[in-house]
Design a protein around this ligand. Structure first.
Ligand code: AMP
Length: 628
């Protein structure tokens, strides 16, 4: 079924949602037909002719013969592609370009040029700042580090481009020809050993025809030219995003970025930039902060002196400064209809700050759920508060399986740990999309057009309901266990909840938590958790003492509680770091080739450089008195 306009897309989606189970079987058949004979599949499938098989029989055969895989299983194939091998390894279509992207979802880092044999890689499409789903092949390097993404075009029988803007437009109509203030960032490019040109997935996307086409189709145009987006220097890009965003202020219809973190980070920089910005607006100049000639030329070509606008912005900023920048967005962009970004999962800790900048009335619209590996689900209810949002799986994106997970909260210490997560989940056999149950938690498994076969994504979701025949998911967390000393097992979500509870006393002191991360210190016995906080505001030591104690008590994992009571895990340590420390961490990653558009603060780290930065800038330490 073809879908040409956004309206058609909704009709198309209704149809595929209704027949989700059947669509899934057809998608799998299509993927296996397109990639029939590639080396990876041949290893498991031999010479079975998939073309002759019926979709249901093929589904059973596929799931019984092809094993679940992790990035480590696919990495050798992708390295061969990066090294220049042209035979069909994972995908049948020849690879034309490679995209590189740095990921920090689990807190590790690899710099460009460090493509090594011991790092894993896998394929997928990139996250777009607004929903755009393009079936091109993207191979990536490690789920902690570099991603290599070969792209080529696929001739699919259904539309290879899905756009769900219609859901947002219905609720928040925007003016045709309006502007979008997008905090988006590309990064540097390089050549692989095999001579393929590689750049970040987002860099390719922002420089692509799709990105331009998308603006023409939606008749909404990003404020910044390509040179600003792809400069590779996030501070210079951010300054120019603001300058142009203010220059076009009356026309800005919405503000967006891939992850909410980027918007918060940018608005924090605004507090530093606004005086220079007002001068530039007034005189049509560009601050000497901007040194890159490409950006300078492209911005100076667009702006003109506007003293009236500059005076207006200055007056607003002076007012805002006195109210700690509360309601900054609607004050400076009075026609902005909403803020759009990923606000769930690891972005939740930034929501308070984003709400502060958005003020009381500006809607915050939670973006869809996807990953570099595949897009997964859409937020069909843009008016839903971000904390309640669910993602409706689009059964045509990829072939999805779901591994049922059962958390072992109250099992004895020697409970059997199953599965690939290294955590305390017990796993059942994967089930297809049509067999998931409401209330059950699952890890998502993907088979994609881009050469991933039964690939474990590592995200934990809960089924909250169904839309016609397709599940609606709550995103819970990354599966990877992040904090453990011995028998304790705490996930990213557990940490997030504990930090949330522990930071409540800050409210009374009119202070706020800017960012946090953690580390399981096992160097000295007994081992203990170290949680690093960056705080804005002045807080008395007795309040921080209380925060530390409450955070320690808020880890409810049975293993942790037992170990704390018996002192086989020592008291939690709260380290307060200097203001700006997390910015330094972000800059460290970005300086090593990461893209700001996809940066996420690692919530738990063993990275020595990171720990060095954190410890160097720690100004106060507290040890918990819980369990005494
Ligand atoms: P990336 O690491 O850039 O490929 O980002 C993909 C990951 O970000 C996913 O696997 C999820 O863990 C997370 N993610 C993406 N979209 C959402 C969302 N809407 N809500 C929560 N987490 C998300």
């Amino acid at each position: 079924m073809e879908a040409s306009s956004s309206e058609d897309m909704i009709i198309w989606f209704e149809e595929v949602a209704k027949n989700a189970g059947k669509v899934q079987m057809e998608i799998l058949k299509k993927i296996l037909e397109i990639n029939h004979g590639v080396e990876y599949l041949e290893k498991w499938f031999g010479d079975i002719d998939v073309h002759k098989m019926d979709a249901e029989a093929l589904q059973s055969l596929y799931t019984s013969m092809v094993p679940l895989a992790s990035h480590a299983d696919l990495e050798p194939y992708i390295q061969r592609i990066a090294d220049g091998e042209t035979s069909p390894l994972l995908t049948k279509q020849p690879i034309t370009t490679l995209s590189l992207r740095l990921l920090f979802r689990d807190g590790l880092h690899i710099a460009p040029g460090q493509l090594k044999e011991d790092k894993s890689m896998f394929p997928s499409p990139p996250i777009a700042p607004r929903p755009l789903y393009k079936c091109s092949s993207w191979l990536q390097h490690t789920d902690q580090g570099i991603f290599l993404c070969p792209s080529f075009s696929l001739d699919l029988s259904f539309s290879d481009e899905f756009e769900f803007d219609e859901y947002i437009l219905r609720v928040y109509p925007t003016k045709e020809g309006g502007k979008i203030l997008e905090f988006i960032y590309g990064s540097k490019q390089f050549k692989t050993k095999g001579g393929l040109s590689a750049g970040t997935a987002t860099t390719h996307y922002f420089a692509s025809q799709e990105f331009k086409l998308k603006q023409q189709q939606t008749k909404s145009f990003t404020c910044s030219p390509e040179q600003v987006i792809t400069s590779g220097d996030y501070k210079q890009s951010t300054y120019c995003h603001f300058l142009l965003g203010l220059f076009y202020s009356p026309d800005v219809e919405f503000i967006t970025s891939t992850f909410a973190y980027c918007i918060v980070q940018a608005l924090t920089l605004f507090e530093e930039y606004w005086i220079d910005l007002c001068n530039d607006l007034s005189q049509g100049t560009l601050s000497p902060r901007i040194t890159l000639p490409g950006i300078r030329r492209s911005v100076l070509d667009l702006i003109k002196p506007n003293t009236h606008l500059a005076t207006w912005v200055r007056a607003k900023c002076e007012e805002l400064e006195g109210s700690d920048w509360y309601g900054l967005i609607p004050k400076l962009w009075p026609n902005c209809k909403y803020v759009y970004s990923i606000m769930t999962g690891s972005m939740q800790p930034y929501m308070e700050k984003l709400k502060h900048y958005a003020g009381d009335h500006l809607p915050l619209v939670s973006a869809d759920y996807g990953s570099t590996e595949s897009w997964i689900g859409v937020n069909m209810d843009p008016s839903c508060a971000p904390q309640n949002v669910t993602f409706t799986v689009v059964p045509a994106f990829s072939y999805f399986e779901f591994i049922p997970l059962h958390r072992q909260h109250h099992k004895p210490c020697d409970a059997v740990v199953a599965g690939g997560g290294g955590d305390d989940y017990l796993e059942d056999d994967p089930v297809p999309l049509s067999k998931v149950k409401i209330g059950q938690q699952y890890e998502i498994v993907l088979t994609t057009f881009t050469g991933l076969y039964r690939y474990r994504l590592g995200d934990v979701v809960e089924v909250s309901g169904f839309y016609k025949g397709t599940p609606k998911l709550n995103f819970l967390c990354r599966r990877k266990l992040i904090l453990t000393v011995n028998i304790d097992k705490n996930t990213e979500q557990d940490l997030q909840l504990a930090v949330q509870k522990g930071s409540q006393p800050l409210i009374k002191s009119r202070a706020e938590l800017v960012d946090f991360t953690s580390h399981a210190n096992i160097v000295n016995q007994p081992g203990h958790y170290v949680v690093y906080w960056e705080i804005k505001g002045v807080v008395n030591e007795d309040v921080l003492d209380q925060c530390c104690k409450e955070m320690d008590a808020a880890f409810v994992d049975h293993g942790y509680v037992v170990s704390r009571k018996t002192n086989s895990i020592g008291p939690l340590e709260l380290c307060i770091v200097e203001r700006g420390t997390f910015k330094k961490i972000m800059e460290y990653f970005i300086g090593n080739g990461a893209t700001m558009s996809q940066f996420k603060t690692p919530r738990c780290t063993t990275n020595q450089v990171l720990l060095k930065i954190l410890n160097l800038y720690t100004i106060k330490r507290f040890r918990s008195t819980a369990y005494q």
